[in-house]
Structure formats: structure tokens, C-alpha cells
Design a protein around this ligand. Structure first.
Ligand code: ADP
Ligand code: MG
Length: 699
């Protein structure tokens, strides 16, 4: 048996159970070892029967008396077992579903175990039934002799994420068996990692064992942190290798600041770059001017002004005779960028095209786009996924800008598009994520952050309010010539009722509250072209109010929209609410967000109170992460990112920072990991990350 052995070949498992395990994400022996408990049951304290009545739950050590069996309605039967200890008498109760046509005694294993006079450990809850109080049994262990040591009591017991098919007991037994046979096979790199803080330096086997069966809860946490140390160390090593891999390839393109286009572009803007924008431009220019391809991510909350930064990079490329492309996730965004960029570059005589599935349908335009890019006459291509198509060829593309990168997923390797040999890549994202998470998610890239908004912005005021209050204020703003978004959530596509009611609601609103204004409707069932059309009309003020049952595109810029009303606000994730709110407050005018909730649950009010108390995307992301767990955030950020078995992106941010530094030391000394002492590390890196090779290139 080795770590890769599939568990169906283990004794007592077989293909059917193996399928059930697979549903829990467990395929191999290795997966079982790291199938860590989701919580623990503290069975270190044994209490008396009279105490369990006071506490409601706990572990007992009792002598067994007689049993009584009784059928309830609905095929349910119960077995009551008399139990005694020095303090009192009680009843331990088992429930089972009985098949009325079966002669099999479902209680037979229990009856066998609970013979009168035996001793039993019981973990249970006190409940009240018709005949009085009883202890419903969650788990038990009987022993022949009063002084025998129990296996599952007097200790901390792991609780696994079980399923309908796989009982807690079956999982525990399987884990236990596998632990005893193969734990020592688990690769260990603890010797490569210096001591860190108070984390005990355990080898991986010891850590794994203690995570499953700790002596104390504190020991469980220590073991978890110790295992996480190795986990993050391997990840950071992989990320470091990847960064080096990108840097090693020299690129052909060379840039010098020519001062032909850039000053004219700056003159076209009616504002100055902020300090952070200048720093971002500096970082990017020095990347572009180095011998190696740029691989940088620019992070900045919605509205922090990333577009002009990207445009500066694009112009540096164009000034030097190269072409650049900017790729975005949706047509609406592509169109908006095309318009803004054309505007900002007016008078500069730089040819720019919009390449989306719509424009690439029009015969006349196709030709202009394709031949213009291939001849090099067109300098900038703005577009969607269509830009990736094989028929799009560039004469000398040197720079790829990816906007709203999180919508594509980090997995997408834009460098490998074969539109250019070793292009410079600039990614941009508005998804604010906590620093430790960013370091991991974007760990293979260099990072620049823009944390402050351009001057002259008035922070958005957010209220948790009633519908009427929101509408009254909306009308006040509309009368000033400002615009209003009203958003309904469509939780999922099948949620037809919600869609219907939102569309009807929209109709009603346009005939009542907003009858004096032009109201546009955007919903999920519309075609992309129709959505585009509505969005553009709103942007051009042909609509004053936009009612949307679908989330409005991130990145849409309508400076006069000053009101955002969100219905059923508690149904959105905090980050989604923040992104939505980012559609307003895009000028110096005061903007207002009204969150209308349909639930009064504590959770709903807590979430919304975070929104009303801060506009800071990073604070909100941290809260979101705390409330929803990293899984969800990772889902937003990208798909297919490695999962951590013990590591926790929030609790272990210190470990992430520490292992990042240490991993790069190791790679500095041994860039290809060829030293014998690093061989286990190398195999772990390729084992865990080679199938994510699109993210991380490891040899
Ligand atoms: P995002 O980072 O969300 O992509 P944008 O690039 O769309 O943000 O910028 C938001 C708005 O801020 C735009 O209207 C843009 O013209 C404006 N803007 C950008 N930089 C500045 C600045 N330094 N001063 C004033 N306004 C700016
Ligand atoms: Mg943007």
C-alpha cells in the first residue's frame, strides 16, 4: 500500500463505499490521512447521570440493566436501556426505523452489546419524552470489565464531515485503520522549515495523528498549525518557482519613454494622477523596461482609477511601435472601455478597434479589425474573449491588459495565447481580498495596490431603509437630473418567481413612483445585445432609472448615477453588495445607497450593518471571509485554486507571510530544487501543483 492506493482496495471498503467517500472528496489513502475533522467532541470528562440532567449533554460511564422495546408510529421503534451509576438511574434510548415486513431485529447489535451487567460509556443528550426524561444516545462503547480502557472515551474524539451514506463511526474506523498503517508514509518537510512562533515543530505524521486524535483541544490547534506550516511552505515554494519561471525568459520587446503620446494623453485628462496611480505607473514602466516579461497584478477597489494606469502602459507600448490589447469579461465593459479610451486618446491619432462577438459579426468591421491588427495599422484592440480567437493576428503585440481579471480566473494563461512570444501582462482586479489571501492567490505575480480614491469623491452614504424612504430620496435626486439604479437579486436562474415578481414590480414602479421618469429594465433573460442597448441608453441618460434583476456589470461608469436601491439586500454576499454599490459615487456628487431587507434575522442585520458602517472594500472582504469562510471567497476570486487541508487563509496569515519569505530563500539557494535535501519538497511541489500547471509551472 502506498499513499496513492485507492481506498476501494482497503479491507472493508470496496467500490461502493469508495464511491461514497469520493463524494466527500476522498479517493486515496493520502486523502484519508488528510481528511481532517471538522470539529471535535470533548469526551475527556465523564459526568454522572444526575449531572447530565443538569447539563443536557455529556459522557457517562454506567452499568447496564434491562432493556425494553416499543414501537412508535411511522415505523419508528425505540429501545430503552436501564443504566445506573453511583448517582442515579436513567434510560438510554435508541431510535431505529423498522421495516414492518422484515423479521430482522434491528436492535440486535445493541442488545448484544448492552447485556445486563456490562459496563458502557455513553455520549448523549437529555431529552424529554412522554414517559419522562431520557438520554438519547449519540455514541457508545461497551466494555466487558469495569477497568478496561475505552477506545472512544476519556479522550477528544474527531467529528468528520459525514454523509448520509457514511456514518461517523465508519469514517472514524477507516481513518483509524489508515492512520495506523500508512501515516508514516506521508512526506515530511518539517526539517526544512525554521521554528516559527509557538508552533511546535512536528513532523507531518505526528501532526496528522494529533489532528485526528489530539490529547487536548489546544494540541489539536497546534498540530493543525504545524501541518499548515508545511502546506503553505510547499505552496509558497511552488509560487516562487513559478515567478522565477516567468522571469527567466527574456523578451524581445524594448521600451523607451518617447514622450510622444504620453504627454498628449495627460493633457487630454482633466485631472492629475494620484500618488498611487503614479507609483503604479512607475512599477509598470520599470517592469516593461526590464529584460523580462511583466507579470503584474494591479489591485484597486472599484473606482480607484485603474483604467488610466492601464492606458499609460498601453501608450508606452504604442509609443515604441508595438500593439496592445485590453481584454475584459463582457461586451458591455468592452464597449465602455472602447468609448472611454477613444475619448481619452482623441487627437492622438492612435487607431483603436473594438473586437467583440457583435462587432466580429459585421462583415465590414471584421475586415477592418482583422487586417488592421495584422498589418499593425491598428495599435490598440479592446475586446472580450473574441480577442483570443485564432483568426485574430497581431503584427507585433507586446502588451496584454486583462481587466476584471477575477472574472476570468487566474487559471487562464494569457501569456500562452500565442499572439505574442513573451508578452508583458498586466492584470487588473477590483475584488478586494485580504492581504494574506492576495499573497496566495496572486502569489505568482508582482503586486501593486491602489488603496485611495481620486480626490474630490464624496464617500457614499449607505442606509438600511424602508422602500418608501428610498423612493422618496430617489425622486429628489432624479429631480436634480441624477440617475437611479434599482436592483433585485435573482438568486439563481431557476428562481422564476423572483424574476417574475421583479419584472412586474418594475412595471408597477414605472407607473407609480417613477411615472414622471424614463425607466429601463435589465433582466437576466435578455440577450447580451439587448442588455448592451439598455445599459448604453442608461449611460446616455435616455433612461433616468434602471431597474435590474441581474447584477449590473462591474466597471460600468455612469457618473450621474447617485442612487442605488437594493431589494432583498441580505440575499447578496457582502462583496457583491460592495461591488454593486461601486456603481454609484463615481463623481464628486454625494451618492446614496439604500439597502432594503426582507428578513429580520440577526445575520441579515449584522451583514447589512457592516455595509452601512464602512465603504472600505478590504474591511468588507475580511468580514465576508469571516462570515462565509474562505471557500466562497475563493470561488469569487477564481476556480480551481488549491484547497488547503489544514491551512486556514484567515487564521494562518502569519504563516503565509513567513513561509513566503522562507520559500524564496530556499529557491534563491537552489533554484531548480536539485539538492538532495530538497528532494521531498520538490516532489510535493510537483505532486500538488503540477496538475494546476496552468497556474504554476513546475518542472
Ligand atoms: P476602476 O479602477 O474601477 O476601473 P476607473 O478607471 O473606471 O476605475 O475610474 C473611475 C473614475 O475615476 C473614472 O471616471 C475616471 O476618469 C476617474 N479618475 C481616474 N483617475 C482619476 C484622478 N486621478 N482624478 C480624478 N478622477 C479620476
Ligand atoms: Mg475598471
Amino acid at each position: 500500500m502506498n499513499l496513492d492506493t485507492e481506498i476501494q482496495y482497503l479491507k472493508g471498503i470496496g467500490p461502493k463505499r469508495a464511491q461514497d467517500f469520493l463524494k466527500l472528496g476522498v479517493r486515496s489513502v493520502c486523502d484519508i490521512l488528510t481528511f481532517f475533522p471538522s470539529s471535535y467532541q470533548d469526551r475527556t470528562k465523564i459526568i454522572s447521570i444526575s449531572d447530565i440532567y443538569k447539563q443536557g449533554r455529556g459522557c457517562l460511564f454506567v452499568r447496564v440493566g434491562n432493556f425494553f422495546e416499543r414501537s412508535l408510529s411511522k415505523g419508528l421503534t425505540i429501545l430503552d436501556v436501564e443504566i445506573f451509576d453511583d448517582s442515579s438511574i436513567g434510560y438510554a434510548r435508541f431510535f431505529r426505523k423498522k421495516n414492518p415486513y422484515s423479521y430482522i431485529d434491528i436492535f440486535s447489535p445493541i442488545k448484544k452489546a448492552f447485556k445486563a451487567g456490562t459496563f458502557a460509556y455513553i455520549y448523549g443528550d437529555v431529552n424529554l419524552g412522554k414517559g419522562g426524561r431520557y438520554i438519547s444516545v449519540n455514541d457508545y462503547e461497551t466494555i466487558g470489565n469495569k477497568y478496561d480502557k475505552p477506545l472512544l472515551f476519556n479522550k477528544i474524539i474527531p467529528v468528520y464531515p459525514a454523509s448520509e451514506k457514511l456514518s461517523q463511526k465508519f469514517i472514524r474506523d477507516t481513518v483509524k485503520t489508515v492512520l495506523s498503517i500508512s501515516c508514516s508514509l506521508y512526506p515530511n518537510v518539517s526539517e526544512l522549515i525554521p521554528n516559527f512562533r509557538n508552533i511546535p515543530n512536528m513532523n507531518s505524521c505526528e501532526a496528522i495523528q494529533k489532528i485526528h486524535y489530539p490529547n487536548t483541544l489546544q494540541e489539536a490547534e497546534h498540530a493543525r498549525r504545524s501541518f499548515a506550516l508545511q502546506e503553505f511552505f510547499v505552496l509558497e515554494t511552488a509560487l516562487c518557482l513559478s515567478r522565477n519561471g516567468v522571469k527567466k525568459k527574456q523578451k524581445p520587446q524594448r521600451y523607451f519613454v518617447q514622450k510622444t503620446l504620453l504627454p498628449a494623453f495627460r493633457n487630454n485628462l482633466n485631472f492629475e494622477f494620484t500618488i498611487e496611480q503614479k507609483k503604479a505607473i512607475n512599477d509598470i514602466f520599470s517592469d516593461m523596461q526590464s529584460l523580462y516579461p511583466m507579470n503584474r497584478i494591479l489591485m484597486g477597489d472599484v473606482g480607484t482609477g485603474k483604467t488610466v494606469v492601464a492606458l499609460s502602459a498601453i501608450l508606452l507600448a504604442v509609443e515604441n511601435g508595438y500593439q496592445a490589447m485590453i481584454i475584459v469579461p463582457t461586451e458591455i465593459l468592452a464597449e465602455q472601455h472602447y468609448l472611454t479610451i477613444s475619448n481619452m486618446l482623441s487627437g492622438l491619432n492612435v487607431k483603436i478597434v473594438l473586437a467583440t462577438s457583435s462587432t466580429l459579426k459585421k462583415k465590414k468591421e471584421i475586415n477592418e479589425i482583422l487586417s488592421g491588427l495584422e498589418s499593425g495599422e491598428v495599435k490598440i484592440a479592446v475586446g472580450t474573449h473574441s480577442l483570443i480567437e485564432g483568426r485574430i493576428k497581431f503584427k507585433n503585440l507586446s502588451l496584454i491588459v486583462v481587466d476584471e481579471q477575477h472574472r476570468f480566473g487566474v487559471m487562464q494563461k494569457f501569456a500562452a495565447l500565442d499572439k505574442a512570444a513573451n508578452p508583458d501582462i498586466l492584470m487588473m482586479t477590483a475584488t478586494p481580498i485580504p492581504r494574506a489571501l492576495a499573497m496566495t492567490v496572486y502569489g505568482e505575480m508582482d503586486m501593486t495596490e491602489i488603496t485611495k480614491f481620486p480626490p474630490g469623491r464624496t464617500p457614499i452614504k449607505t442606509y438600511s431603509s424602508s422602500e418608501n424612504y428610498a423612493y422618496v430620496n430617489a425622486i429628489r435626486e432624479l429631480k436634480k437630473g441624477n440617475q437611479v439604479y434599482i436592483v433585485y437579486p435573482l438568486v439563481d436562474e431557476s428562481d422564476k418567481l423572483v424574476l417574475k415578481s421583479a419584472v412586474q414590480e418594475a412595471k408597477k414602479l414605472s407607473q407609480t413612483w417613477f411615472k414622471d421618469f424614463k425607466v429601463g429594465l435589465l433582466h437576466g433573460k435578455m440577450k447580451d445585445t439587448e442588455k448592451n442597448d439598455v445599459m448604453l441608453k442608461f449611460k446616455n441618460k435616455e433612461y433616468n432609472v434602471l431597474i435590474a434583476t441581474t447584477v449590473i456589470e462591474v466597471g460600468i461608469d455612469v457618473p450621474d448615477a447617485t442612487i442605488m436601491i437594493i431589494h432583498h439586500a441580505e440575499r447578496f454576499g457582502l462583496s457583491a453588495l460592495h461591488q454593486l454599490r461601486g456603481r454609484i459615487g463615481r463623481s464628486s456628487k454625494q451618492s446614496y445607497a439604500y439597502l432594503i431587507r426582507s428578513s429580520n434575522s440577526e445575520n441579515a442585520s449584522r451583514r447589512l450593518s457592516i455595509m452601512t458602517s464602512t465603504n472600505n472594500g478590504f474591511e468588507i472582504a475580511e468580514e465576508d471571509l469571516k462570515m462565509r469562510g474562505p471557500g466562497d471567497i475563493m470561488g469569487i476570486v477564481q476556480h480551481g485554486f488549491p484547497e488547503f487541508k489544514a491551512g486556514d487563509l484567515i487564521k494562518d496569515s502569519d504563516i503565509i507571510e513567513f513561509t513566503k519569505i522562507h520559500a524564496s530563500k530556499i529557491i534563491d539557494e537552489d533554484p531548480m530544487l536539485i539538492k538532495e535535501s530538497n528532494s521531498i519538497l520538490k516532489s510535493l511541489v510537483s505532486k500538488h501543483f503540477s496538475n494546476k500547471a496552468k497556474l504554476i509551472n513546475v518542472g
